[in-house]
Design a protein around this ligand. Structure first.
Ligand code: MG
Length: 235
């Protein structure tokens, strides 16, 4: 067994876990210009995640307008722009990486590995991607909101491997387990390893494979040694 590519999940994997009180505080900031109570807005965001993650509500302005209307508010352009700006700013605060993320990607690239990112995400990450510190280190990025499908849809795993030019059997997939991604990656022939970092318990993740029976690492840095010596994670 030897790997030629490593594919990372984004949220809770390359980035730290986000506890629910942070989501509440962020929701409050975009709810305020609209005059919508935080709890109602948070519910609208949560209930629309499945649609937003496949890009079904359009760009960010169209998305916020649709959500506001679902809460009974029809915002004027100025109000809408303020809510969009607040949402964009709070989302970008989530695009901050674990302290060993950039170093891990650089070391993997130094070892000749190709790097993929596969994320269930909404339009905000797609917008921000080119400006992120890791973007130049990533050879292929597949985002659910662009593809119109979510993990564990097999096509997403096949697609990121195809963009990397790597057979799925030579891909190591690393994720915190949201969206049944570890089973999904395994089903396509990848070796899947869970990142169970010390903040894993506080993550507010969707459909996470908490009972994943396969291998795990505790830090991103451990992925480098796992690639150099796959016996550490394969059985
Ligand atoms: Mg995740």
């Amino acid at each position: 067994m030897s790997f030629s590519a490593v594919i990372f999940d984004f949220f809770g994997t390359l980035t730290p876990s986000v506890p629910t009180d942070v989501w509440d505080e962020h929701a409050a900031r975009s709810a305020a210009p609209l005059g919508i109570p935080m709890r109602q807005w948070r519910q609208a965001l949560d209930e629309s995640f499945a649609d937003r993650a496949v890009g079904a509500l359009g760009d960010l302005t169209e998305t916020i307008r649709a959500l506001a209307r679902s809460c009974g508010v029809d915002p004027d352009d100025e109000t809408l722009a303020a809510a969009v700006a607040a949402r964009r700013a709070s989302q970008r605060e989530l695009f901050v990486f674990r302290e060993d993320a950039v170093d891990t990607l650089e070391r993997l690239r130094g070892d000749g590995l190709r790097i993929g990112v596969l994320s269930d995400c909404t339009v905000e990450l797609a917008e921000a991607w080119p400006s992120l510190a890791i973007a130049p280190l990533v050879d292929a990025v597949v985002l659910s909101c662009r593809e119109g499908r979510r993990k564990p849809d097999p096509e997403l795993f096949r697609q990121v491997a195809a963009q990397l030019g790597t057979p799925t059997g030579e891909c190591l997939y690393v994720g915190d387990g949201g969206g049944s991604e570890l089973s999904g990656a395994s089903a396509q022939g990848m070796t899947a390893v869970m990142l169970r970092a010390d903040d894993w318990a506080v993550n507010d993740a969707h459909a996470r494979e908490d009972d994943w029976p396969g291998p795990f690492v505790s830090t991103l840095s451990e992925v480098v040694s796992a690639v150099r010596d796959p016996s550490l994670i394969t059985r």
